[in-house]
Write a protein that binds this ligand. Structure first.
Ligand code: SAH
Length: 397
């Protein structure tokens, strides 16, 4: 259908904003966060043992820690007024010390007939982050942020355009899930279908909000440990239902593979050739396409978990048929059955020259991957009209 050479090659120029550059003129990468005051320590930052210690330091018996954890992780509340099992004297101080409020709601937007809610949160230091809650048949997914801003500088991503403000603490990450569970319990999320037996709480997490999760590795892992810890000391979620998505920080991927947790892993590839990926994903200057794919394959070997390749289809930039063929070739070269591809039409950032691929080109891209034996699922762009779809987060604020 596509004739070789007929389609133009648009290069990833930026428009309407200025990309941060390093001394050598390359897009700037920020791995270390700027020095910033950290949020107060919260139970979700601590091990179960450390929580008990903290309660004892406050002059209370250790079993109070479990009561506090139950309120927070099971009943998703940090309101002392709802904790009548705790002694009234000193209750406020205890709750303030164990479960300090980390998120202040700025805005809540609903769309898709109430099936999608976007939350905008202010952190203790004024930084803004977002999460997006989505109901699907049989599951409820929360797209969470792991950093305020992002240092990876991908030119098509709204978060990347603003640079890194700071890492989020583990508890700030977890608090997004607890807040979403509270909203669901309040009946805020619409659209439950008749006969849907799924639990009324967040069942799936995708680290596809703001930030590069593997650039905030230790806090990410603490947050995940709390998500998968059985109730009442954690959220009791399944690691399989937690997806960590990365631009391709190869050492981080290797570390993740050694965690002995069956997490779902997603690699944001977006181009199978280094020539284009160098411009599209600035971190490609450190770790090339083949290295990132090798790390993804090694993740599958270590965990048995099928890897996802994320691919935002951008008109005339990365959507050429030859690129679908090259992607399939590179994936097949590393074996069968270890990977699937999730193309997603680009969700253009405001004022951008970049647009989504046409339906015809999108279908051809998918068809070629499938013809080469690569399982491929076109992803939807939920929450588009409330700037809730990927890459749009906090752009308007
Ligand atoms: N930093 C991580 C996770 C956050 S972004 C990562 O890069 O994977 C989550 C996904 O949204 C990534 O695949 C990212 O490339 C994609 N994305 C970013 N901006 C987008 C846009 N404007 N349209 C479509 N997808 C986008």
């Amino acid at each position: 259908m596509e004739q070789a050479g007929k389609r133009p090659q648009v290069r990833p120029a930026t428009e309407g904003w200025t990309q941060l550059k390093d001394e050598s003129g390359k897009p700037k990468l920020q791995f270390a966060e700027p020095k910033r005051k950290q949020p107060p320590t919260h139970f979700a930052d601590l091990t179960v043992e450390a929580r008990a210690e903290r309660v004892k330091e406050l002059g209370l018996p250790a079993f109070r820690a479990k009561q506090l954890a139950t309120h927070y992780f099971v009943h998703h509340t940090d309101d002392p007024a709802e904790m009548s099992d705790l002694p009234a004297a000193g209750r406020e101080e205890l709750v303030q010390a164990a479960l300090p409020k980390l998120l202040t709601e700025v805005k809540r937007l609903k769309t898709d007939k109430g099936d999608t809610i976007k939350f905008l949160w202010r952190l203790f230091d004024g930084a803004l982050v977002e999460s997006v809650l989505m109901r699907y048949p049989g599951r409820i997914t929360l797209c969470v942020s792991s950093q305020a801003g992002c240092g990876m500088n991908c030119p098509f991503c709204a978060t990347g355009q603003a640079g890194l403000t700071r890492n989020m603490s583990a508890a700030e990450i977890v608090a997004q899930v607890v807040a979403a569970n509270a909203a669901i319990a309040d009946g805020e999320l619409g659209g439950k279908r008749k006969g849907d037996q799924s639990q009324e709480r967040v069942s799936n997490i995708v680290f596809m909000g703001m930030g590069e999760p593997l650039a905030n590795y230790n806090r990410l892992m603490q947050a995940i440990r709390v998500m998968v810890a059985p109730q009442p000391n954690g959220l009791g979620m399944s690691a399989r239902n937690i997806t960590v998505s990365t631009v391709g920080l190869v050492p981080g991927i290797a570390k993740l593979a050694e965690e002995d947790l069956p997490l779902t892993f997603a690699l944001s590839l977006h181009a199978p050739d280094d020539q284009l990926r160098d411009e599209l994903i600035p971190v490609n200057s450190r770790w090339k396409v083949d290295e990132a794919l090798d790390a993804a394959r090694a993740y599958f070997d270590a965990t048995g978990r099928r890897v996802s390749i994320e691919y935002a289809l951008i008109k005339d930039m990365n959507d050429h048929a030859w690129r679908a063929d090259l992607l399939a070739e590179k994936l097949n070269a590393r074996g069968k059955g270890w990977v699937h591809v999730n193309p997603i039409p680009l969700n253009p950032t405001p004022g951008s020259i970049w647009t989504a691929s046409t339906a015809l080109v999108t279908n051809e891209f998918v068809r070629r991957l499938e013809a080469a034996g690569i399982p491929t699922t076109l992803r939807d762009t939920r929450g588009k009209e409330i700037d809730g779809a990927c890459g749009q987060l906090a752009a308007a604020d």
